[in-house]
Design a protein around this ligand. Sequence first.
Ligand SMILES: NC(=O)C1=CN([C@@H]2O[C@H](COP(=O)(O)OP(=O)(O)OC[C@H]3O[C@@H](n4cnc5c(N)ncnc54)[C@H](OP(=O)(O)O)[C@@H]3O)[C@@H](O)[C@H]2O)C=CC1
Ligand SMILES: O=C([O-])C1=[NH+]CCC1
Length: 337
Amino acid sequence: MSGTVHIAFEELSALLRDILAAHGCRPEVAACIAETCAIAERDGAHSHGVFRIDGYIASLEAGWVDGQAVPVVEDVAPGQVRVDAMNGFTLPATAAARELFVAKARRTGLATLLVRNSHHLSAVWPDVEPFAREGFVALSMINSMAYVVPHGGRDAVYGTNPIAFAAPRSGQNPLVFDFATSALSHGDVQIAAREGKDLPAGSGVDAQGQPTTDPQAVLDGGALLTFGGHKGSALALMIEVMGAALTGGKFSFEVDWSDHPGAATPHTGQFFLLIDPDRGATRPFAERVETLVRQLHATGVERLPGERRYANRRHNSLKGIPIATDQLARLRSLAGR
Ligand SMILES: NC(=O)C1=CN([C@@H]2O[C@H](COP(=O)(O)OP(=O)(O)OC[C@H]3O[C@@H](n4cnc5c(N)ncnc54)[C@H](OP(=O)(O)O)[C@@H]3O)[C@@H](O)[C@H]2O)C=CC1
Ligand SMILES: O=C([O-])C1=[NH+]CCC1
C-alpha cells in the first residue's frame, strides 16, 4: 500500500511544469498550468489537482490542444478585451490579456475579457481570486463538454459549466466561491469511479437515461444532471451563452473530439467580468461586505465558501502538500526525472 509524503508547493509546481514541458508545452504555458494545478492540490480541490495531469498529457499527445500556441490579444472597446487562444490553453491566454484587462477596468470602472478557441481543465477560483486581491469584484464562467442533461431534456447538451465569484473583504482573504452547475463535477465522478464509491442519488443518469448512483454508468454513455433542477439548469444555460455565444467559443455540445482519442480538455471559451467597486455607491466597499459577513456569523454560519480552501492553504503551506508516494513516483517518471 502506498504511503503519503509531503511536498513543498514550489517543488510540486516545478515537477508539474517539467511534465508539461516534456509533453510539448512551451515554458510560459507549462509554468502557468503547473502553478494552477499545484494551487488546486495545495488548497484541497482534488478534482482539479494533480489527478488532472493525465488529461493534459492526453490532450497534448492526441494533438487536440496546442501547447505551443501563442494567444492573440485584441483591444476591441474601452471596456472589452478579446483573446484568441489559438487552440491553446486558457490560462496563458488570460495571462497574456491580463494587464490590458485590468487597466481597462481601472479606467472605465468595469471590463470584460472574452477568451475563445481555448482549453480549460482547472479549478476556476484561482482565475478570479487574484483580481479580488487587487480590489476588484470578479466573475468568470466557462462552458465545457456535453455531459449534462438540461432540466426537462433527454440528452446531454450543457457542460458541467462552472461559475466563479470573488470580492474583496476588509483585512481578510477575499470572499470566493466557484462550483460546477452540474450536481457534481465530472472530476468527482471520475474519482468516485476510481475509488469504487457511489454517487449521491439524483446526480446522474445511465446511457438509457435512467437514474443511477453508479459513477461508471455515468461515465459510460450516461450523463450528469444540473444541481437544483430548473434553477441550476438556467445557470448552465447562461454559462453556455456567456462562455460560448458571447466569446466566440464552441458550445459544449459542439465539442467534437472523436478524431482525437483520449483528449480530455474541453475546447470552448471563458467569460470574465471585472468591476471596480470604488466606482460604486458604497465606500469602502470591502467594509460593507464585512457587515454582511458579520451578520452571517451572528446567525450561526461557521463556514463561508472558500474558507476550507484557505485553511488547507495555510496548513499545507506550512507542512507541505500531502501526496501518495506512488503518485509522486509516477509524476517524477512523467517528468523524466
Ligand atoms: N474547468 C472547468 O470546466 C470545470 C471546473 N470545475 C471546478 O471543480 C471544482 C469543484 O467544483 P464543485 O465540486 O462543483 O464544487 P464544490 O461543491 O466542491 O464547492 C463549491 C463551492 O462551495 C463552497 N462550499 C462547499 N461546501 C460548503 C459548505 N458546507 N459551506 C459553505 N461553502 C461550501 C466551496 O468552498 P470550499 O472550497 O472552501 O469548500 C466552493 O467555493 C471547482 O473548483 C470548479 O471550478 C468544475 C467543473 C468544470
Ligand atoms: O470536472 C469537470 O466537470 C471538468 N473539469 C474541467 C472540464 C470539466
